[in-house]
Design a protein around this ligand. Structure first.
Ligand code: SAM
Length: 402
């Protein structure tokens, strides 16, 4: 007899696109179902794989088999390990206030929807603050993340590697002390015996704590040393959470490989990745260099030199869109080259407004992907209204390499 179950959605599922993705997650898992009248859950009527729903689902909060107590999914448990006020900034996701972060729940769902399994390799050629890497790692999927920004690479590394070095980071916390005279020092912290920390995961952790403190200082005028100590301690608590959730749920983490590089010239073999989940720069929507200038400068980079490699930042006026189009064609070609045949790419992209006119960057990128030989299978509208009725018009493109 077919096992049936009631599946309840998480309370934070609020938008139409999330319900669409919740359905697609179940379809990808081969479950047939009916949607509850209030749209807050599903009744399964065939193809139920209990383990898959419990361990993989992003949108299902609990599963109840007939005459049994509801059982929470892994994702519900994971979300509880949160040192912030924001429901989606659990574990290490909150490290650094990076603008333009993905919603992690959506990424967990997309990894399943494009059919990735533990041991597969997902590529994010615009890894940004590492959301894809954190979510893939939790699911046992290996991840290669590429970004032109050294700050993004630092953030992504610290979020995904610190759990393995917790003891060393804790030991170092005792001797990494804020500089008494930080106004005249390049760095906010030093080791108590005045030695530089060697390069590696421990150093990365404290470097990022410093970059978060600098950001707090430039955006909120917080005292940098106080902010450093505060963020360092909160980051440590999140890394302890990471270790604990891994043990509690018996997770086998995927391998993460973060590379500073250019998505227009990927250092990857042809047909070497099993899927892509990414969000490219939306043309002039955000100047990623200016936005993080305080941190990039503190890391010793020349902003003008760095800008040359950033897609969407090159050029001025309308010329910027032509350059963007050219760059996205090259990047789409690289994505198509490294994907294995039959594999899928999920791309989150939005339109931008220039001089009051909406520029269809989504269509530009879709054409670039089609020119590169990828086939658009589905486009999910991700239109949301923020505070003050500010509309964000974004789309999730699901493309396949034939
Ligand atoms: C929309 S953001 C990605 C945000 C990411 N999904 C997250 O959750 O944080 C786009 C990223 O593309 C990166 N980028 C811009 N030009 C690039 C290039 N030529 N190669 C690789 N990355 C690039 C930017 O540094 C930025 O981090």
């Amino acid at each position: 007899m077919q096992q049936t179950a009631q599946l309840a959605l998480h309370e934070n599922v609020q938008f139409i696109y999330e319900l669409v993705l919740a359905r697609m997650e179940l379809e990808a898992a081969g479950v047939s179902f009916a949607v509850h009248e209030n749209l807050r859950g599903f009744s399964t009527n065939g193809g139920l794989d209990r383990d898959h729903i419990v361990h993989r689902s992003a949108y299902v909060k609990s599963l109840q088999l007939a005459e049994q107590e509801p059982e929470f999914t892994d994702y519900h448990v994971i979300q509880q390990y949160n040192q912030t006020q924001s429901i989606n900034q659990y574990l290490t996701h909150w490290f650094y206030p990076y603008k333009g972060k993905f919603h992690p729940q959506m990424i967990r769902a997309l990894l399943g929807i494009i059919g990735l399994e533990p041991g597969d390799v997902v590529l994010d050629p615009f890894i940004g603050s590492g959301t894809t890497a954190v979510e893939a790692q939790l699911l046992g999927i290996d991840c290669v993340g590429v970004d032109v920004s050294p700050l993004c690479c630092l953030i992504s590394r610290v979020k995904t590697q610190s759990w393995e070095h917790l003891a060393q980071i804790e030991d170092a916390s005792d001797y990494v002390a804020p500089c008494a005279d930080h106004a005249h020092q390049q760095r906010l912290f030093r080791s108590a015996d005045d030695r530089e920390l060697p390069e590696g995961p421990v150093r990365d952790f404290f470097d990022l704590a410093e970059m978060i403190a600098r950001s707090d200082n430039s955006r909120r005028r917080r005292d940098p040393v106080e902010a450093f100590v505060y963020n360092r301690d909160r980051m440590l608590a999140s890394v302890r959470d990471h270790v604990e959730v891994k043990q509690r749920l018996g997770l086998k983490f995927g391998e993460v490989d973060i590379r500073e590089g250019d998505s227009r010239a990927l250092d990857l073999a042809d047909e070497s990745v099993d899927g892509i989940v990414t969000s490219p720069p939306y043309s002039i929507a955000l100047n990623y260099v200016r936005n993080d200038e305080h941190a990039l400068e503190a890391m010793g980079f020349d902003l003008d030199e760095l800008s040359d490699g950033f897609i969407g930042v090159r050029g001025a006026g309308k010329r910027r869109f032509e350059l963007y189009d050219e760059d996205m064609h090259v990047a789409a070609g690289e994505m198509a080259r490294v994907l294995r045949p039959g594999a899928m790419a999920a791309v989150v992209i939005g339109n931008v407004t220039y001089n009051g006119e909406e520029i269809d960057t989504t269509a530009m990128f879709t054409h670039a992907c089609e020119d590169a030989g990828l086939v658009l299978e589905r486009c999910v509208d991700k239109i949301i209204f923020g505070l003050y009725n500010v509309m964000q018009r974004e789309y999730i493109l699901l493309l396949r390499k034939p």
